[in-house]
Write a protein that binds this ligand. Structure first.
Ligand code: SAM
Ligand code: SF4
Length: 335
């Protein structure tokens, strides 16, 4: 086993890379991108597969074990299966996961699995077709449901559904999502709406703390217990409805941050290391590719300024924050 060298000034060990492979997307989810006018990085600014695998190789030598491909929408990047295969072959990488909106996944699930993909998170904020189309600005929910079935058929497990909970938009579907965990076919993870990319009233009006999910269980007379059995829990606090085969997770970065256990590094599609999701600090690695020691030093530098806490709760309370929040949108970071 490789001892991790990726330790920040608070002693947190970083063994997990969230790798954005594109800032482009086939959808325009209301909490992530504007309807129009989104500007994308020109192709020449985007890391090639060769450049990505070079960075992953160096990071694996430093102790990274898990890589998650994200975006934008990672499945709009041509040849993504080849990248999965190359990362899977990197010595030290034990786990490759994907976060996707699921629209293009049905066709690719079996190929991705064969390339080495271990598990998948599919974003799905509603089970209702008209509402899905409104939230994603034009998406077809049936394609996502077909993709879930295709992943099950391909033997990809676990399949986690990411549900961003929004007041007055999809909070009436908490029960429907929880019911999906009863037979264990999928795991559900509720995510708090984060103030990334648009610190405006729209976010505050739709934000809902995830204590709402446990309150809903109580109202339904469902007993819940903490659960520890799902591979790759990450920051989710995981529960199970008594008697259910599957579990549900709560990811509550705003109401109750989990920064003390943060093990994540982020690399944007244009090659910027982001030590923290929320803050503006970035370090571009591209010019160092080919010089392993320079890459290593840049990651050390990024970790040396990683803050203890992202302070998103202060945005909710309108309090001033100790760092400058990122101007990037979630689609430009990868979540
Ligand atoms: N396109 C892929 C997808 O939607 O799964 C991957 C990229 S997307 C930026 C990654 C995750 O971030 C998704 O689960 C999405 O729901 C979540 N996300 C985007 N904007 C968010 C926000 N403002 N607050 C909370 N989650 C957000
Ligand atoms: Fe695209 Fe994912 Fe953002 Fe939705 S959340 S707009 S699918 S990147």
């Amino acid at each position: 086993m490789i001892p991790s060298e990726l330790v920040d000034s608070f002693g947190r060990v970083h063994d997990y890379l969230r790798l954005s492979v594109t800032d482009r997307c086939n959808l325009r989810c209301v909490y992530c991108m504007p309807a129009d006018g989104m500007e994308f990085e020109p192709d020449e600014n985007i890391l090639s597969f060769y450049e990505i695998t070079e960075v992953v190789r160096v990071l694996a030598e430093m102790g990274v074990k898990k890589v998650r491909l994200t975006g934008g929408e990672p499945l709009v990047r041509k040849g993504i299966e080849e990248l999965v295969a190359a990362i899977a072959e990197t010595p030290g990488i034990e786990d490759i996961a994907l976060t996707t909106n699921g629209i293009f996944l049905a066709k690719k699930a079996a190929k991705l699995k064969a390339a080495g993909l271990k598990r998948v998170n599919i974003s799905l904020d509603t089970l209702k077709a008209d509402r899905f189309s409104l939230i994603t600005r034009g998406g077809d929910v049936q394609r996502v449901l077909d993709s879930i079935a295709a992943c099950q058929q391909a033997g990809i497990w676990p399949i986690k559904l990411n549900v961003v909970l929004m007041k007055g938009i999809n909070d009436d579907e908490i029960e429907d999502f929880l019911r999906l965990t009863l037979d264990g076919a999928v795991q559900v993870r509720f995510i708090e709406y984060m103030p990334i990319g648009h610190n405006d009233m729209r976010w505050k009006q739709s934000y809902l703390p995830l204590s709402t999910v446990l309150e809903r269980c109580k109202q339904l007379g469902w007993e819940t217990e903490e659960s520890h059995d799902v591979r790759g829990n990450g920051p989710a606090q995981t529960f199970r409805i008594a008697g259910a085969k599957g579990s549900f997770g709560l990811i509550h970065p705003v109401s109750d941050h989990f920064c003390e256990t943060c093990n994540r590094l982020r690399l944007t599609a244009d090659g910027n290391i982001k030590p923290c999701l929320y803050w503006a600090d970035e370090f571009n690695v591209r010019k160092h590719i080919g010089d392993d020691e320079a890459i290593r030093q840049l990651f050390f530098k990024a970790l040396s300024i990683k803050p203890m806490n992202h302070e998103m709760a202060k945005a909710l309370a309108d309090e001033s924050q100790s760092h400058v929040p990122t101007a990037r949108r979630m689609s430009q970071i990868g979540g």
